[in-house]
Design a protein around this ligand. Sequence first.
Ligand code: SF4
Ligand code: SF4
Length: 361
Amino acid sequence: MKYRRLPHTGQEISIIGLGGSALGSAGEKEIISTLETAFEAGVNYFDMAAGDQRLFAPYGKVLSSCRQKAFLQVHFGAVYDQNGKYGWTLDLEKIKKSVSRQLELLKTDYIDFGFIHCIDELSDLKKAEKTINYIKELQSQKVVHSIGLSTHTPHIALEMIDLLDMLMFSINPAYDYQNGKYAIGSQGERMDLYRKCQAKGVGISVMKPFGGGQLLSGDTSPFKTALSRYQCIRYALDRPGVVTVLPGIRGLEDLKNVLGYLDAGEEETDYSVLATFAPSEAEGKCVYCSHCHPCPAGLDIGLINKYYDLSKAGDELAKDHYLNLEKKASDCIGCGHCDARCPFHVHQSAKMAEIKEYFGK
Ligand code: SF4
Ligand code: SF4
């Protein structure tokens, strides 16, 4: 497993975590063996927005021996009916009851990440004020350790960004590149959000990395061509600010498949084919895919571009990170290899001159 550090807390979080939406109906035995396998593989980040309340008790059984190794995202706003089916509410009394029941089933008395759950409208954000105050109160009592928000709306995330340690946001190529057709926000607005999160030290945990499974089939993908799970995971992990990707697995087989990402090679994860799906939106913009590597002068072209974009977006640390790189834009020999290789038609040799000018090196 690989880990990324959450800037505000320094916690090391596994780049692959577990979404909770689909696992609850798998049955206790399957849930337990899935969780045990996940822990053995080094997964330590778990989203608890379950589609089915039957998810919680098996988690409680597994966590009883390893609670300290797990980070849980618990959602203030996810409630469950008498049949255990998920529902959404802004009613604080129902939220308190639901969170208390979840903690009881999880056999824990603390919440690593207390999430304001699924706020997509400004009007709902206003109505969630009491819930937000309640989460803050629990944080002051050390019941909630960090505060998160789940949303699909960039401007809601930006409105809340100063309060957050973690943002749960839906990221995949279709949502990013279809300019609001399948998700909220243009490509520019969405990238701006990712960069601002990184600049502010807010981690992003990614939901819907496969677009609810639609991207995995040519029949359902808006691009009319299937992407693989590994291409989608790498795409999400390459976005600025992203700490972990949380696929909504249905059981052990899905988990093993997703964990295969850790051993996948360059060819399996390369998503540069996107340039042929979304040419107008993608044209000329570096997406940090590294398809143009290796650079004969040893530059990490994707990373250099990421630090450049982040620095321009106000990330004060990005300049430091850039200046600490062994090879900088000033080392570019202008060979043009990257220009010829880039499927997104970025004129990278010229960009390196621009980056050198910006950072002075
Ligand atoms: S220049 Fe092109 S190929 Fe290279 S990292 Fe950027 S988008 Fe990818
Ligand atoms: S043009 Fe510069 S950045 Fe691109 S491959 Fe050549 S040396 Fe590397």
